[in-house]
Every structure is written in structure tokens, then in C-alpha cells.
Design a protein around this ligand. Structure first.
Ligand code: GTP
Ligand code: MG
Length: 181
């Protein structure tokens, strides 16, 4: 059961270093599928998913962006109008974690949201199915999320491979996006 009324359109942008699993996470969210094959995203691409949140029908446009600089050919004009941003790193790749701050700053600079201090971010430490190769501790990630912005950033440890925490993270993102839209 959903309330009558117009469908809400939400726009979510997913950013992070190349290879952290942004495309794989989006495939898991939209198609519930995973592939081991790596194909770098060129420019940007978006996928849509319908959901019901707080009794409202929402249509979520999730923008999957290129982590590789040479493939960021579309520029970042599509950051405009975003309702939330997902910051992704790979728990086996410390550099991808160290880059989160610059991804966040770049997003704020380009999206230019009305209230940067309260703009909703959610952080995903992905590839948790490879926990034995972990090189970024959960505590370090939680610490960064608690202290890096004007308000704490929710943190999830996800696996695009087996789907762990992916749906919970997605619901958190769209809840925050809805409140910000
Ligand atoms: P760019 O498009 O270059 O920015 O990379 P991306 O962040 O979209 O990475 P992508 O989703 O293409 O994943 C990179 C590689 O990591 C692929 O081979 C995926 O199969 C693999 N991968 C992604 N997520 C996971 C995960 O949760 N666990 C494991 N084991 N592998 C993953
Ligand atoms: Mg990709």
C-alpha cells in the first residue's frame, strides 16, 4: 500500500576510485546480480529503481560515475540536482579510503548544493567478502565518517558480490535523499 500522490524522483550520485565496485554495487541494487569481469565505466551511466519509502513511491536515478580520471569525459555537470551522494572505497585498498575526502570535496564543489553542511552522504566500505585481505579497519572508516563532515556520515560495509548490506545501505541513502529533496 502506498499513499496516493505524485511519484518522487530522487537523484543519487555514486563516486569513488576506479575499481572499488561502484558499478557492481549498482548492478546488485538494480538487478541483484554480480559479475567478476571488470569493465571501467566510461563517462557516467545511470540506472533506475523504484522503491516505496515512508509510504511514498519513489523513483531513484542512481548515477554510476567513472573512477578513472581519463574516463571522466562527461565532466561532472550531472552532479547538479543530486539529492544524495554515495562515497565508495574498497576495504582491501587503503588508497581508495584516503581519497574519500577529495571525492567528497569535488562532489560539493561541482554539485553546489544549497546546504553543503547538511547534504546527505553515505559511505560504503565495499568488498567485505574479502575480509581476510582487509587493509582498512572498520574503526578507521567509522572514525572518518564520524568526523569528516559537519554531520556524521552513515557507514556500511558492503559486498557487491554476495549483496551483504547493499539493500540496507540503499534504503538509508534514499531515506536521506527523500528528506533532502
Ligand atoms: P570504475 O568504473 O573504473 O570507476 O570502477 P568501479 O568502481 O565501477 O568498479 P567495478 O564495479 O567495475 O568493480 C571492479 C572489480 O571489482 C570488478 O572485477 C568487480 O567484479 C569487483 N568487485 C566489485 N565489488 C566487489 C565485491 O564486493 N567483492 C568482490 N570480491 N569483488 C568485487
Ligand atoms: Mg564502474
Amino acid at each position: 500500500m502506498t499513499l496516493p500522490g505524485r511519484k518522487v524522483l530522487l537523484k543519487v550520485i555514486c563516486v569513488g576510485d576506479s575499481g572499488v565496485g561502484k558499478t557492481a554495487l549498482m548492478h546488485q541494487v538494480v538487478h541483484k546480480k554480480f559479475s567478476n569481469t571488470y569493465r571501467a565505466t566510461i563517462g557516467a551511466d545511470f540506472m533506475e529503481r523504484e522503491a516505496v519509502i515512508e509510504g511514498r513511491n519513489v523513483s531513484v536515478q542512481i548515477w554510476d560515475t567513472a573512477g578513472q580520471e581519463r574516463f571522466q569525459s562527461l565532466g561532472v555537470a550531472f552532479y547538479r540536482g543530486a539529492d544524495a551522494c554515495i562515497l565508495v572505497f574498497d576495504i582491501t585498498n587503503p588508497r581508495s579510503f584516503e581519497q574519500l575526502g577529495s571525492w567528497r570535496e569535488e562532489f560539493i564543489a561541482q554539485a553546489n548544493p544549497a546546504n553543503p553542511d547538511t547534504f546527505p552522504f553515505v559511505c560504503l566500505g565495499n568488498k567485505v567478502d574479502r575480509n581476510e585481505e582487509r587493509r582498512v579497519s572498520k574503526a578507521a572508516a567509522q572514525q572518518w565518517c564520524a568526523t569528516s563532515g559537519a554531520r556524521p556520515i552513515p557507514y556500511f560495509e558492503t559486498s557487491a558480490r554476495d549483496g551483504a548490506a547493499v539493500e540496507a545501505a540503499f534504503m538509508q541513502v534514499i531515506t536521506l535523499a527523500l528528506h533532502n529533496s
